[in-house]
Design a protein around this ligand. Structure first.
Ligand code: NCD
Length: 305
């Protein structure tokens, strides 16, 4: 994987995904306490044109634990982009200061474009309503740790399947890995048809607008935030804003060992009463962001562990 860009989850084979899981487990044991020097002297550049808490900080924490450093533009208004510099020029310069670039941008395809101007690897940390492949890796890692196997799992993805980039990458990976997919959303927020066609080649997802009807089948409920910022019009957002609310009563209708995941941030789609139940795995999921990103960085920077 040395030197590889990670723009889409399809850039990785199933074998490589499992290699990342193995490295994440080994690295998380190795760095307890003081960290290690695997990436000493290496520099990660993070370039975030949209808000982020978990993705940026877990990449930077991962780099620090492996002995490397991070430089970042988290506020594009304070960079030369605000003077009219093109993305191409900005990327070329940042590429010359760093060994790997992590980029988040509101436009679909921005990370792919950035990778054309960079000699070093580029990691897509979310491009508009496109993809978010490293979130998918930590989502899959969490399912694999919790359920021991991904093949055969019944996974219900709930909420904004239209604009949610995390679920675009996740749905592709899950069907390739042999999971059974249940897509649950209001009609207006259905999975885009090009993605639905792509995933239907491997298996036929079941489509519904009712989580209540589907929940008895599920091993994993993957909830998402309705992506308010991507709606062309606020009235359209308000129509679907409160489509799903996961609470303890609803979960009691599911399997005894069903788990609830969410890429976070949540707004109101999971009631806080769920947080202290055995079902809630979203905080563990966020925590897994650090070891999984340590594994990704060490692999694409050519330092196996
Ligand atoms: C997600 C994103 O940015 O796509 N957040 C994340 O990276 N954990 C999900 C979201 O914003 O709803």
């Amino acid at each position: 994987m040395t030197g590889r860009d990670i723009i889409s989850i399809s850039d990785l084979s199933i074998e490589e995904i499992f290699e990342i899981f193995g490295a994440a487990e080994r690295l998380s044991k190795a760095v307890t306490g003081r960290g290690i020097d695997l990436l000493k002297g290496r520099v990660l550049a993070s370039l975030f044109f949209e808000p982020s808490t978990r993705t940026r900080l877990s990449f930077e924490s991962a780099m620090a634990k492996l002995g490397g450093t991070s430089i970042s533009i988290s506020d594009p208004a304070s960079s030369s982009l605000s003077k009219g510099e093109t993305l191409a020029d900005t990327i070329k310069i940042i590429d010359s200061y760093s060994d790997v670039i992590v980029i988040r941008h509101p436009k679909d395809g921005a990370a792919k474009l950035a990778s054309r101007f960079a000699e070093h690897p580029v990691i897509n940390a979310g491009d508009g309503a496109g993809q978010h492949p490293t979130q998918t890796l930590l989502d899959l890692f969490t399912m694999w740790k919790e359920k021991k196997e991904i093949s055969g799992l019944n996974v219900g993805i709930v909420g904004d399947l239209r604009y949610g980039r995390t679920v675009h990458s996740l749905a592709i990976a899950l069907v390739r890995m042999g999971a059974n997919l249940f897509l649950i959303s209001p009609e207006e927020l259905a999975m885009p048809s090009h993605l639905l066609r792509a995933i239907s080649v491997e298996s036929s997802p079941k489509i519904s607008n009712s989580l209540e009807r589907i929940i008895p089948n599920l091993d994993v409920v993957y909830a998402t935030r309705i992506q308010k910022e991507r709606f062309p019009d606020e009235a359209e957002y308000l129509k679907v804003a409160d489509s799903y609310k996961i609470n303890a009563k609803l979960l009691s209708k599911g399997k005894e060992d069903v788990i609830v995941m969410h890429p976070l941030p949540r707004v109101n789609e999971i009631d806080s009463e769920v947080d202290s139940t055995k079902y809630a795995k979203y905080f563990d999921q966020a925590k897994n962001g650090v070891p999984v990103r340590m594994a990704i960085l060490s692999k694409i920077l050519g330092e196996e562990y």
